[in-house]
Design a protein around this ligand. Structure first.
Ligand SMILES: C[S@@+](CC[C@H](N)C(=O)[O-])C[C@H]1O[C@@H](n2cnc3c(N)ncnc32)[C@H](O)[C@@H]1O
Length: 254
């Protein structure tokens, strides 16, 4: 795929703004992952990396009774998070930071939990696990959801699609090996249910596309971005047995 222009990103954010989540997921799934963590302090300090509009940030604030540092590069998403946190009465426990996950200079052992829903792919799963470990307290947790193959063999069409959009995608087994090699104990893992892909993510995107197609009917570049969105959704409809978003719940070892 060619590098995107500013105009392409504008259309992308038009498609992706105002969604309940910017990634497949929901509060139940966030809760399921959080509840696998044991022996946390009463008020854990959690770093939510690539928090987006912060649906999971607010859920984590409620689940943990802790302090959350929520970091993202995209200011409009952070403004949504601010509004959401105020509406839910948890804004005093959420510190919102505009920053780059690839250049986080927090002191060593600053966080009991690092949370990355659908965002670790940006730095790279393996690099994120390596680089962020120093930020965790002893036996701290890293929880990340990451697109993963469920099977080593898959139909050619879906293999070609991901060779273009996310060639770094690994199998669950390979990601578990990467985690162990990076010095983590695997507490558990589970796929985000298919229903969570549709409810908060693909269904709301699909609902927006007809109006955007009509708005950009004479703009070929914008229409090609919209066509990519449609193709991604079509691929999931056809091939969700072969890949999905997987939660990895990992604990740092000394
Ligand atoms: C797929 S979204 C996931 C958002 C949210 N965690 C969720 O599950 O809805 C990925 C997020 O990473 C953010 N992002 C992209 N590059 C980033 C970077 N270098 N540092 C921090 N955040 C980044 C995007 O703005 C976006 O909000």
């Amino acid at each position: 795929m060619q590098a995107w222009s500013d105009a392409d990103w504008k259309v992308f954010f038009e498609v992706h703004s105002g969604l309940p989540r910017e990634n497949p997921g929901d509060d139940e799934t966030t809760k399921k992952a959080y509840q696998t963590l044991s022996n946390l302090p009463e008020h854990p300090h959690i770093l939510d990396v690539g928090c987006g509009s912060g649906a999971q940030t607010v859920a984590l604030a409620m689940l943990s009774h802790g302090q959350i540092t929520a970091l993202d590069v995209h200011q409009p998403f952070l403004e949504n998070l601010k509004r959401k946190a105020e509406a839910e009465g948890v804004s005093d426990r959420i510190q919102i930071v505009k920053g780059d996950m690839c250049a986080m200079d927090y002191a060593a052992k600053s966080f009991g939990v690092i949370w990355a829903e659908g965002s670790i792919f940006i730095i790279g799963f393996e690099k994120g696990l390596h680089d962020w470990k120093r930020l965790l307290t002893d036996k701290g947790y890293l929880v990340a959801s990451e697109l993963s193959w469920f099977k080593r063999e898959a139909p050619e069409e879906i293999q070609k699609f991901f060779a273009e959009v996310y060639p770094q995608m690994k199998t669950v087994e390979d990601n578990l090996a990467i985690a162990r090699n990076a010095g983590y104990r695997v507490v558990g893992w589970f796929p985000v249910p298919e229903s969570s892909w549709w409810k908060n993510y693909y269904a709301p995107i699909e609902a927006k596309l007809p109006a955007l197609k009509s708005k950009y009917q004479s703009n070929a570049e914008a229409l090609s971005i919209i066509a990519w969105e449609e193709r991604e959704i079509e691929m999931f409809r056809k091939y969700s047995a072969y890949y999905g978003s997987v939660f990895y719940i990992l604990q740092a070892q000394a």
